[in-house]
Design a protein around this ligand. Structure first.
Ligand SMILES: Nc1ncnc2c1ncn2[C@@H]1O[C@H](COP(=O)(O)OP(=O)(O)O)[C@@H](O)[C@H]1O
Ligand SMILES: [Mg+2]
Length: 265
């Protein structure tokens, strides 16, 4: 059965896209069938997998599928469109986005059952995957609400920085609200501490704040993702960390987190 997982945070730059790329890539390397969906008009996930806007001139993106669903086109057309969107990369499959996606944000709320649009679209490909990862923009918009409505679980990356840990409360509130009104089965997979500089007292204190405030009811992955320039380099080269630098600590942390994700119900 397919599991849909969203990477969500209130703040930007905390490692959502990096986590989605490296967890999904590791799962694929373990033989799982994995698709990632870029729901961010800034298309960072597409870029992380080496897919640039220039590659997408003559092929549909998530924009076209959501737009077709808004126009209430027939199911078989939506199914064909979403399948045509899938870029089969050397690692995971990718449904890319471009900046055009942002133009739909104001249109989505005007349609019936607007929060369930993505859930409906993904139903056409769920049979083909073990995992689908959704990468959204920071903060709350119709795409993040749709992602949470379509998801079985959520990962919450938190940068080891005091301003970032402040962002967990709004995420939890949002998840609770979606659970109550739209998707009662939504679970929190866990908090991932990212960009951790373990040798600093400051980072250790941030971890303790997160642990004290959330550790009793949200799982915090034991494997912190340390800060390393190779993480940023891998994304610039359009490949996962497991291919670029599999021996460094952040690659091992993402491998461990992905293993926990595989083991969780
Ligand atoms: N562990 C890390 N060490 C160093 N740089 C990182 C790490 N994790 C993420 N980055 C870099 O930080 C920036 C923001 O990460 P990103 O995953 O795009 O965040 P978000 O999707 O939450 O906005 C990117 O340039 C990324 O390469
Ligand atoms: Mg991102």
């Amino acid at each position: 059965m397919c599991k849909v997982i969203s990477a969500i945070s209130y703040k930007g730059g905390v490692g959502k896209t990096t986590s989605a790329v490296n967890i999904s890539s590791y799962l694929q390397m373990q033989g799982k069938r994995v698709c990632t969906v870029d729901l961010d008009p800034q298309h960072n996930l597409s870029r992380h997998f080496g897919i640039l806007p220039g590659h997408l001139k003559n092929r549909p993106t998530i924009y076209d599928v959501i737009n077709a669903a808004i126009q209430e086109q027939e199911d078989r057309k939506i199914e064909q469109l979403i399948k045509d969107c899938i870029c089969h990369s050397t690692t995971v499959d990718v449904i890319p986005s471009t900046v055009r996606l942002s133009s739909l944000e104001k249109v989505i709320p005007s349609i019936t059952s607007c929060e369930h649009l993505l859930d409906y679209i993904l139903s056409f490909i769920k049979n083909e995957y073990d995992y689908i990862f959704l990468d959204v923009h920071s903060g709350w918009d119709m795409f993040s609400i749709n992602a949470l409505t379509a998801s079985d679980s959520v990962i919450i990356p938190v940068e080891a920085h005091v301003l970032s840990s402040d962002g967990i409360n709004p995420v939890e509130n949002m998840i609770n609200s979606v659970r109550r009104r739209l998707n009662p089965k939504l679970k929190i997979e866990g908090i991932i501490i990212t960009k951790f500089q373990g040798n600093t007292k400051y980072c250790q204190e941030i971890y303790e704040v997160v642990e004290n405030e959330f550790g009793d009811h949200i799982h915090i992955f034991d494997s912190f993702v340390k800060y390393a320039i190779k993480v940023a380099e891998a994304s610039a080269f359009g490949i996962s960390l497991h291919e670029y630098a599999p021996r460094i600590a952040p690659a091992k942390a993402y491998a461990q987190i992905a293993t926990e994700v595989m083991q969780s119900a």
